[in-house]
Design a protein around this ligand. Structure first.
Ligand SMILES: Nc1ncnc2c1ncn2[C@@H]1O[C@H](COP(=O)(O)OP(=O)(O)OP(=O)(O)O)[C@@H](O)[C@H]1O
Ligand SMILES: [Mg+2]
Length: 400
């Protein structure tokens, strides 16, 4: 593999400058046949296209100019291009352009789905698939970190699969990637994958400024997110909604982490975590160390590949019986859903309840049928009745 640039990410600035000078104008349809949309995220959409003359299929990432800064687009494109030679990182064709309304770049088409799409909510995916995926993503992240860069958006939606058993996976979406050591003062809202030190600089609803000191972007942010992703794909649940004291699931975990490890008994382990073997708990303890300085590197997972992560006897039973405060709509850990930024201090269940009440008040009918957007897993919709004290509301709540 050809080594490009220094390990401090300095080549990126040069690449961005050169690309800014050479980026051409063209309209998508003049050069590509658009087959269909294959994905959509917060910042743009991804189109399956074929090149009009050569017929090559590609995944074209298209970002509206109205909501995308040119510098942001250049950074995403140049970082992706810089890293795309790794076998577990999505490949690039070196094609970037702007149309009247969009900035675009062409990526290798990954024909499978993303990792999120194969996770069975409340169940996860088989441990053997998890381990294959974990090994490949740790290698991709080590590569990124060795180039002085941090991905900053490690989540199942950004892990693309060539097959549903995770034999070959690729990390994508460098839209938030930055050079190590970049200082940020705040982020808007929180995600379940965000480390405690990142949540500390999150601006929530109605907040105008954060009180925490500015944060240096470090690879330890990816290590934390990677730990959360492993939890999610092994269980089909988020471990918490956000790393803040107001989230009881996070607080329970944080309290347990600060206990003397020699002294704790089985019942001291937070219920959600009791399904894991002691070795897996040790691994999570390293990836999810509350203090970012003490957090391991992503490569720490390699030492745990030959060991069972889920307890054999009751790992799955735990999920079926709902032991450990796991509920789909009550006060409990959220079953996995495509993570959207949480900006308030309100739990998912509370949001759902308030939202339902608002609809019921605004519509003077005896029955309202609503399709809840909180969990966009539309495989199987289940009707859910929630009494809101005014009238009956029939909720089509995606429970799978
Ligand atoms: N190269 C690709 N091949 C196939 N599908 C892709 C490819 N790149 C992205 N996708 C699909 O498109 C979705 C959105 O792409 P991407 O994550 O790059 O967009 P985004 O707007 O930056 O998303 P986010 O909300 O995570 O920031 C992905 O979750 C994935 O399902
Ligand atoms: Mg994405």
């Amino acid at each position: 593999m050809i080594e490009l640039g220094l390990a401090d990410g300095s080549l990126i600035d040069e690449l961005m400058e050169l690309t800014a000078q050479s980026i051409g104008h063209l309209e998508i349809q003049e050069h590509f046949n658009i087959i269909k949309e294959i994905g959509r995220g917060k910042y743009g959409k991804v189109l399956l296209v074929t090149h009009r003359f050569r017929g090559t299929p590609m995944a074209l990432k298209v970002m509206p100019k109205a909501s995308t800064k040119l510098q942001g687009f250049l950074r995403e494109y140049c970082i992706s291009l810089h890293l795309s030679c790794h076998p577990c990182i999505v490949g690039l064709f070196g094609i970037a352009f702007q149309s009247k309304e969009h900035y675009c770049f062409a990526q290798e088409l990954v024909i499978g789905r993303d990792l999120f799409a194969v996770i069975q909510p409340k169940v996860g995916i088989p441990e053997s698939s998890v381990k294959r995926c974990v090994l490949q993503i740790s290698s991709a992240l080590e590569f990124i970190h060795s180039h002085g860069l941090v991905h900053r958006d490690v989540k199942p939606e950004n892990i693309l699969l060539l097959d549903s058993q995770c034999c070959q996976v690729k990390l994508a979406d460098f839209g938030l990637a930055q050079k190590r050591g970049t200082i940020i003062r705040f982020v808007a809202g929180t995600l379940p994958y965000m480390a405690p030190e990142l949540c500390a600089v999150a601006l929530l609803d109605h907040q105008k400024e954060v009180t925490a000191a500015p944060l240096s972007i470090e690879p330890s942010l990816d290590t934390w997110a990677f730990g959360v992703v492993i939890f999610c794909i092994l269980t089909g649940y988020f471990p918490w909604e956000r790393c803040m004291g107001s989230d009881s699931f996070y607080q329970e975990f944080a309290d347990w982490c600060t206990m003397e490890k020699e002294a704790y008994a089985e019942e001291d382990i937070p219920p959600l975590w009791r399904r894991f073997t002691p070795e897996a708990l040790e691994m999570f303890g390293k990836l999810l160390a509350l203090d970012s300085i003490k957090r391991s590197t992503v490569g720490a997972v390699k030492a745990y590949m030959e060991i069972d992560w889920l307890k054999k006897e009751n790992g799955n039973q735990l999920q079926r019986t709902g032991q450990g405060k796991i509920h789909s709509t009550g006060r409990g850990a959220d079953p996995l859903c495509r993570a959207s930024v949480h900006t308030g201090e309100v739990s998912a269940a509370e949001r759902l309840f308030r939202w339902t009440c608002e609809i019921t008040k605004s519509l003077e009918t005896s029955k309202v049928t609503v399709c809840l957007c909180h969990s966009p897993l539309n495989k199987k919709k289940t009707k859910k009745e929630i009494s809101v004290g005014i009238k009956n509301v029939v909720l089509l709540h995606n429970q799978d």
